[in-house]
Design a protein around this ligand. Structure first.
Ligand SMILES: Cc1ncc(COP(=O)(O)O)c(C=O)c1O
Length: 391
């Protein structure tokens, strides 16, 4: 018998126009970074208050590039949240620096500014807040802590493209800001990302580091023009450029970004309205006086004593996928080995890590699917509570 299909956690929206845009580049004779990537950067820049933007090969690349440009290296410390995807802290390790975790706020699930302040030492160089699930961090407090201690801020906005803070889109402030365009994100380039720079003065070096330390003009030799210029490799760089094929998809997706944003918000508000009074769970942003989230993920936090495993299994039986986003990083093997046993040090992150589950949210969800998810959550919760009582 064919298994009934699950409503997935996420599904990219790919239109005929997206496919046509990608096909046009595939037929053009030039596939990797070139004029389409430059146009994508220009459009991205317009969406973040005309700040300088580099299209890159992933959100991870954007974060690593930002840390490199911020001069982070051996013996430095970077403060971030343990409640994030592995990429956030892995890139810190890639520079030779040490990630220092600060606990999350139990209400917002974002890094707690007070805990950042407590974690600062003479080795701290950067604060790296993550706009978790697309919900903007308290940047006013974080920026003021950074200014007081002369630290740089790199915003991990992998999940927050399109979100805004104090009326301005995330990315239009003064910091390094890193976006991801992975297929689960607000818009996709398949794999890809973007780095917003604090100033245009950093652009030449950033471009060189993006492509093996080679100057941009000399790089054109690879396109068969200006072949008489010998290129130089002036600094250690990486292979972080975005292809024109990816950029074509990004440009086409950007045209629908506001409608994606609107739809994600509608789904989140439908979930909140239907689930906020249900006993045994907490849903995010119950009150409306919050900065607009891009709702990249929607989490349900189960009360202690309710088995997440059983709850997720019951959701699946009712046709709904769910997922663990994320495990608190200090409890994973790599970080335990590197940083020692930090169990119990970040209780809010640990509680979230143990009891939260993400449920489906993506722009093409139908009303029917939203209702199915809500009903499945209620049913699953009833089932798990009953089995707790009977045990
Ligand atoms: C918070 C966070 N940071 C960084 C990344 C890395 O982005 P990418 O997968 O594009 O490298 C992700 C991707 O899931 C993320 O969610």
């Amino acid at each position: 018998m064919k298994k009934p299909s699950l409503i997935p956690l996420s599904r990219p929206s790919i239109s005929n126009a997206d496919i046509a845009a990608v096909s046009a580049v595939l037929r053009s004779g030039w596939l990797t970074m070139g004029p389409v990537a430059a146009e994508f950067e220009n459009k991205l820049s317009q969406s973040v208050g005309r700040r300088p933007v580099l299209a890159v090969s992933s959100g991870t690349a954007a974060l690593h590039l930002a840390l490199t440009l911020a001069g982070v290296g051996k013996n430095d410390e970077v403060i971030t949240t343990p409640m994030t995807f592995a990429a956030t802290a892995n890139v810190i390790l890639m520079t030779g620096a040490r990630p220092i975790f600060a606990d999350i706020d139990p209400e917002t699930w974002n890094i707690d500014p007070a805990k950042i302040e407590q974690a600062i030492t003479e080795r701290t160089k950067v604060i790296m807040p993550v706009h978790f699930a697309g919900r903007p961090c308290d940047m006013e407090k974080i920026n003021s802590i950074a200014a007081r201690h002369k630290l740089k801020v790199i915003e991990d906005a992998a999940q927050a493209f399109g979100a805004s803070y104090q009326g301005k889109s995330i990315g239009s402030g003064e910091n390094f800001v890193c976006f991801s365009f992975h297929p689960m994100k607000e818009i996709t380039t398949i794999e890809g990302g973007a780095l917003v720079l604090p100033g245009a003065d950093l652009l030449p070096l950033a471009k060189r580091i993006r492509f093996h330390g080679i100057e941009k003009d000399a790089w054109k030799t690879f396109k068969g023009v200006q072949t008489d210029i010998p290129y130089d490799v002036s600094v250690l760089g990486y292979k972080y450029n975005m292809s024109d094929v990816s950029a074509a998809l990004g440009l086409s997706q950007l045209k629908r970004e506001r409608s994606f944003f609107k739809k994600r918000g509608e789904i989140a508000r439908a979930y909140i309205a239907a689930l906020k009074s249900v006993e045994g769970i907490t849903v995010p942003m119950k009150d409306s006086a919050q900065p607009p989230s891009s709702w990249n993920l929607f989490h349900i936090l189960l009360d202690d004593g309710i088995s997440r495993r059983d709850f997720m299994a019951a959701l699946k039986q009712n046709g709904v996928a769910s997922g663990i986003y994320y495990r608190a990083l200090h409890q994973t093997t790599l970080y335990k080995n590197l940083l020692g046993d930090l169990d119990g040090k970040f209780p809010n992150a640990e509680r979230f890590s143990g009891q939260a589950t993400a449920i489906p949210i993506f722009p093409e969800m139908t009303e029917n699917e939203i209702d199915t998810v809500v009903n499945a959550v209620k049913k699953a919760l009833r089932r798990v509570k009953e089995s707790c009582v009977s045990k």
